[in-house]
Design a protein around this ligand. Structure first.
Ligand SMILES: NC(=O)c1ccc[n+]([C@@H]2O[C@H](COP(=O)([O-])OP(=O)(O)OC[C@H]3O[C@@H](n4cnc5c(N)ncnc54)[C@H](OP(=O)(O)O)[C@@H]3O)[C@@H](O)[C@H]2O)c1
Length: 247
């Protein structure tokens, strides 16, 4: 089998790529995160290709910061119709439960599950008033099946799936949809740093479609779920996983 080739991943995380796909399809995009320099770079690129975009910094584990971000984004771009809650991270690293410190456990839950909860809580009231919205959340194959990931990350991502279903049930009658993306190994600028060629092929071989995912794979699924084409899909979790998981 021929070796897969991957695109240039400079400036390419899943969130940034999703911003590009949304902007290319006419969406005004508030690009959010904590690193203002990185936000400005993505915004400059989007504006350069003719899109309307604004950099809105936010710390998603902090309700007040999210509220400031919501207010700022709405002042600059108007009401938020599509909420992409993809922030994830934390200090937890793969290790057995008994070797996982309480602070790493709390960090994994906080930066993945609580960050998603707070983001949804901040943006849902406006969507309910407007009776319209599409919400996307971010899980991981690690939250769907046993894996070598950290227990905190795995539990948090499983929690994101259930939180998304809960919200979908709660707000469907307000014409708001909530769906979750669950990627397997995605090669980004960051993950590429820790993945030499040999490791890439080992991980690729775990997938029936024997390559790693790229941010565009996730962005394409996100664009579909956010769009009116998915108007009767809610509470779903889409495995963007090269067939590694088949439910
Ligand atoms: N790459 C994969 O293989 C993979 C697989 C499955 C799921 N995922 C999930 O996909 C999402 C994006 O991952 P990625 O691989 O693209 O990673 P990444 O390049 O590190 O991106 C993570 C993004 O989340 C933002 N972020 C993290 N914590 C935040 C917080 N507390 N408040 C605000 N922003 C925060 C970061 O912004 P700043 O840097 O500006 O703070 C960054 O833009 C994550 O939820 C990750 O768990 C990734």
């Amino acid at each position: 089998m021929s070796k897969p080739t991957y695109p240039d991943l400079k400036g390419c995380g899943i969130g940034a790529e999703t911003c590009r796909w949304l902007a290319d399809n006419g969406v005004k995009v508030a690009v959010s995160g904590r690193n203002e320099e990185a936000l400005d770079q993505v915004v400059a690129e989007l504006r350069g290709s003719g899109a309307e975009a604004a950099a809105i910094s936010a710390e998603c584990t902090d309700a007040q910061s999210l509220e400031r971000a919501r207010s700022d984004a709405e002042k600059r771009l108007g009401p938020i119709d599509i909420l992409v809650a993809f922030a994830g991270g934390g200090t937890a690293r793969p290790a057995p439960v008994e070797m996982t410190s309480e602070s790493d456990w709390r960090s994994g839950i906080d930066h993945n599950l609580t960050a998603t909860f707070l983001t949804l809580k901040t943006f849902l009231p406006g969507m309910k008033v407007r009776r319209s919205g599409s919400i996307l959340t971010m899980a991981s194959t690690a939250g769907r099946s046993s894996s070598p990931a950290s227990p905190a990350y795995a539990a948090a991502k499983a929690g994101v799936i259930m939180l998304t279903r809960h919200v979908a049930q709660e707000v469907g009658s307000f014409n708001i949809r909530a769906n979750c993306l669950s990627p397997s190994a995605i090669l980004t600028e960051r993950t590429a740093l820790h993945m030499p060629e040999g490791k890439r092929s080992q991980i690729a071989a775990l997938h029936p479609i024997s390559r790693l995912g790229i941010p565009a794979d996730v962005a394409a699924a996100a664009l579909f779920l956010a769009s009116e084409s998915a108007s009767w899909i809610t509470g779903a979790t889409i495995d963007v996983a090269g067939g590694r998981l088949m439910h």
